[in-house]
Design a protein around this ligand. Sequence first.
Ligand code: BEZ
Length: 211
Amino acid sequence: MAIRLGDEAPDFTAETTEGTIRFHDYLGDSWGILFSHPKDFTPVCTTELGAFAKAKPEFDKRNTKLIGVSVDDVASHQKWVGDIAETQGAALNYPLIGDEDRKVAGLYDMIHPNADDTLTVRSVFIIGPDKKVKLTLTYPASTGRNISEILRVLDSLQLTSEYKVATPVNWKDGDDVIITTAVSDDEAKDRFPKGFTTLKPYLRLTPQPNR
Ligand code: BEZ
């Protein structure tokens, strides 16, 4: 069954390149990103794993733990990591799950049989500290993901979980945000002391409140 926004992220115990991990314990009180790779020793996945490793300080700043999954076993992953370090200039610095029995792929509905009946698609799940799924993204095997977009949406999720705001199209950290319609003008004056601009009664912009 597909995982939907607001669902609890299924827990599991799995072997990884950093030993046995129980997923919810691994996440602890942090945010988490679980992302799937179709197969080891494949070109797009190699670039993605290296890019996530390079960007790890950005995820650390956002109190967010990374964990990848690929349908080969950990022994295969251990051989592959050398290629990732050599070709991408960054060594794997987060766990990669060995999912040869497709347990995690099954729990998270990462195999889409009409695309490929054995390999996973490229899924991304962002999970909040409450273990609820906050975002899902699905890419085909032929298209590598965009780390900047994953960081951008993480910034939005973290901001909107703290303040009664939403983020407009193409928003990025530092841009003005939208005051949600549940907030009256009087309440908005208290909550957003930097002020706000009313374009329409339902469209009010305010500077990012945590800046
Ligand atoms: C890749 O990572 O390059 C890839 C993996 C599976 C199918 C196609 C491409």
